[in-house]
Ligand binder design. Sequence first.
Ligand code: UP5
Ligand code: MG
Length: 191
Amino acid sequence: SQEKTPFITFVLGGPGSGKGTQGVKIAETFGFTHLSAGELLRKEMLSTSEYGAMIHDKMRKGKIVPSEVTVKLLQREMESSNNHKFLIDGFPRTEENRMFFLLMQVGTEPNLVLFFDCPEEEMIKRVLNRNQGRVDDRIDIVKKRLKIFQALTLPVIEYYSKIGKLHTINAVGTVDEIFEKVYPIFESCEA
Ligand code: UP5
Ligand code: MG
């Protein structure tokens, strides 16, 4: 039930680049509803959903879940929210994801796109230190996720750069140091 035009921010970056951590802070500070595509898929995986087994199979291999499934989950959350400001983390990961969202949301391009730019060694270190029992936090799978990020997600990031929506943030430093760089982007935008 949205009366206002939605304001959509996509947060992109490799595995462990800090999308979730910064996403929570941005949402709290600037009044966004935070939707992590990965979290929504993990919740769906643990439910009795018909997609559960398929999602599990994709995730444990570091592969991308079909666009229609992810977009359906995102759309369900957006439609049931009273908020018009959404911060979507970890999506779109592929050009197909991007096109599918555009189709389902009838032409809604994001207002802002953040890219957390982080060196691979740092991303690997963070993910392996996390210890939250994720099926994909193993060194071999993390390397696979990094390869997929480079091959499929970097072109999407490049697209947003071309259309002038991208804000690249150096994601090395403390959580607070990084948030200090993120803050002015939202402070200066009207949502
Ligand atoms: N940490 C955070 N910031 C730090 C800092 N500045 N300094 C030191 N440590 C920091 O952070 C990772 C870890 O680092 C945490 O322990 C944190 O405390 C620490 P986090 O904020 O969780 O990083 P994030 O970028 O969110 O990492 P995540 O592992 O969640 O990224 P992924 O993109 O790999 O995971 P996601 O959940 O988005 O996707 C998982 C899988 O789901 C994909 O591989 C894919 O199989 C599937 N998927 C799809 O198929 N489609 C989608 O659209 C989305 C997901
Ligand atoms: Mg995350």
